[in-house]
Design a protein around this ligand. Sequence first.
Ligand SMILES: Nc1ncnc2c1ncn2[C@@H]1O[C@H](COP(=O)(O)OP(=O)(O)O)[C@@H](O)[C@H]1O
Ligand SMILES: [Mg+2]
Length: 228
Amino acid sequence: MTRPNDPWIVAESLTKTYGNAVALRSLSFSIEAGSHWAVRGPSGSGKSTLLYLLGALDRPTSGRLTVGGQVLSHLDAEARASFRYHMVGFVFQEFHLLDDLTVEENVLLPFVGRPRDRRAHREQALWLLEDVGLADARRKPAGVLSGGEKQRVAVARALVNDPPLLLCDEPTGNLDQKTGAQVMDLLINLAEGDPPKTLVVVTHDPAVASRLSRQMHLRDGEIVQATP
Ligand SMILES: Nc1ncnc2c1ncn2[C@@H]1O[C@H](COP(=O)(O)OP(=O)(O)O)[C@@H](O)[C@H]1O
Ligand SMILES: [Mg+2]
């Protein structure tokens, strides 16, 4: 049972290298369950790499990373896939929707290849589409939507499994200021469920970062500043 204020993500000397390039240099930090973090820093500072490690899309080169009691650095590919399915929702800058599928089919993508309870999953997808204001668009192909609408579909898809961890890499990077602010409203509102979800948003937009109560600044793969 996790409670708010427990250290829920713990990184110890987390290092990631690509050949000779060092993307993350021995990071140690912890993140409380249900907290909201902005990860900031210049291009190439390691923000996306950190998010990929937190979401078990990639493995650290050395060090230890624990999320919700699971030691990710020790998991094999199959266990990482299972971790992602049960624990993580992802939102990316480029939306990553399948344009030829309908809005609803996109939201249901995380269930592909999983034992399905079709009716329950469709109900969950529809609730989320209502939350993001796109229930009426559910039968449209995703390709016809505006950028802001696409990102709202991506938010619904990220949450359809009800994961405790929401990881977003520049979620407003392709949106204008107003649309980006709306997407942030949704992310923050939806993260404030019961129990609250842990939200980590990579951004270089100060207006976006200011919406999140905790800040981590990276430079050259190191933490140069973090709120306590
Ligand atoms: N797949 C990769 N292969 C080689 N180098 C990479 C790869 N991904 C990231 N890097 C390098 O790691 C560093 C951090 O990259 P990244 O995490 O994408 O930074 P950010 O998201 O802050 O822009 C950069 O120097 C980048 O060139
Ligand atoms: Mg990046």
